[in-house]
Design a protein around this ligand. Structure first.
Ligand code: DAH
Length: 343
């Protein structure tokens, strides 16, 4: 046992003195101490000379020594292997790593998320629907039967393969899908892309985005509609912004209104954005038409509700100072990079 201890002590001194400056040295180290014919193996061979009652202790000693030799070897490897070794000594390991550029959210998505998050504070949940719709969900159920003149309000893209299919002209179709589920009350927000056959210009495009809202319950009134939208406007555009409702017409609401806010560019004094009127229109709204409720098997005697729909691109243009709607869909990185990631 004593002989073993002495042997190990000697070996330790040798290990610590072994010069390792490059990978080849580390390999020589491994062969000398840890290899199949290495020093450690031969010391282990000595085990048979250790008296039986001391074997356990000797085994422990050897194991510890082996772990020590292996850790020294590993350290040599780490230091000398080409992947981690410095080339010469010119690498400064304290330099920060190369940064990974991350993408950022599209301005339309940002605007949409902002709108959604305000209504979420009031308990509105988000629902989505298909972009290719059937006639019933885009028109019929919304109180726009075939040949209804109001169908001309929106220039529709029809799908050639199936005359019953359209690219949805508004997110109001998702209202129908939500009501059809038959679960009441409904307090939903429905953001999405819509399509209209319009000439592409700086101010209009053949596709754009809307956020639709729908609230159906017992005793929902026009006062609830006004207060909800008023809350939205204050959160979105600030406490000082004024609101006005103008009577309007939508087949799916009665009464219907369009909501204007005081121009957030000029504060109501008149500027090119509000065409000198001091007001900008931001959404359409109204009380859900009883026919629409009936079309979705909801009893209009028991339930009432309001709905609204707004565009996303226009407020995004105003907020981010974008003068041409086409920029949103051209995917020019010089444009997109102007909206850095929010950290
Ligand atoms: N669907 C209308 C449009 O695209 C917007 C709209 C108006 C939606 C009134 C509504 C509403 O839900 O109640 O022009």
């Amino acid at each position: 046992m004593e002989a073993l201890r002495q042997q190990l002590a000697q070996l330790r001194t040798e290990i610590e003195a072994f010069p390792v400056n490059q990978v080849a040295d580390a390999e020589a180290f491994r062969i000398r101490f840890l290899g199949t014919k290495g020093a450690l193996k031969s010391v282990m061979g000595e085990m048979k000379n250790v008296p039986a009652e001391q074997r356990k202790e000797a085994g422990q000693l050897l194991n510890e020594f082996k772990a020590f030799a292996e850790s020294v070897y590993q350290a040599h490897l780490d230091r000398t292997s080409p992947t981690t070794a410095s080339v010469g000594s010119s690498v400064d390991r304290s330099l920060p790593g190369a940064s990974q550029p991350i993408g950022s959210r599209h301005p339309v998505t940002r605007m949409k998320n902002e709108i959604v998050s305000i209504f979420q504070k009031l308990g509105f949940a988000v629902a989505e629907g298909p972009e290719i719709e059937d006639d019933w969900h885009n028109f019929g159920a919304l109180n726009l039967p075939a040949h209804h003149p109001a169908r001309d309000m929106q220039d529709t893209f029809y799908v050639q393969q199936n005359p019953d299919w359209v690219l949805r002209t508004h997110t109001s179709s998702v209202q129908i899908r939500e009501m059809e589920k038959g679960k009441l009350p409904i307090r939903m927000l429905m953001p999405g892309r819509v399509f209209r056959n319009e000439t592409i210009s700086a101010r209009s495009h053949c596709f754009f985005h809307q956020v639709e809202g729908l609230y159906i319950d017992e005793q929902v009134s026009f006062a609830d509609l006004k207060q909800t939208l008023y809350f939205f406007v204050q959160e979105m555009y600030g406490q000082d912004v004024k609101v006005r409702f103008r009577p309007s017409y939508f087949p799916f609401t009665e009464p219907s209104a369009e909501m204007d806010i005081t121009c957030f560019i000029c504060g109501g004094d008149g500027c090119p954005v509000c065409k000198k009127s001091g007001w900008v229109e931001i959404l359409g709204c109204g009380m859900v038409h009883p026919n629409v409720l009936r079309n979705c098997n909801i009893d209009p005697e028991k339930y009432t509700g309001f709905a609204f729909g707004m565009g996303v691109e226009r407020p995004a243009m105003l907020k981010y100072g974008v003068s041409d709607l086409r920029l949103f869909s051209e995917n020019d990185v010089r444009f997109l990079r102007q909206f850095p990631a929010i950290t």
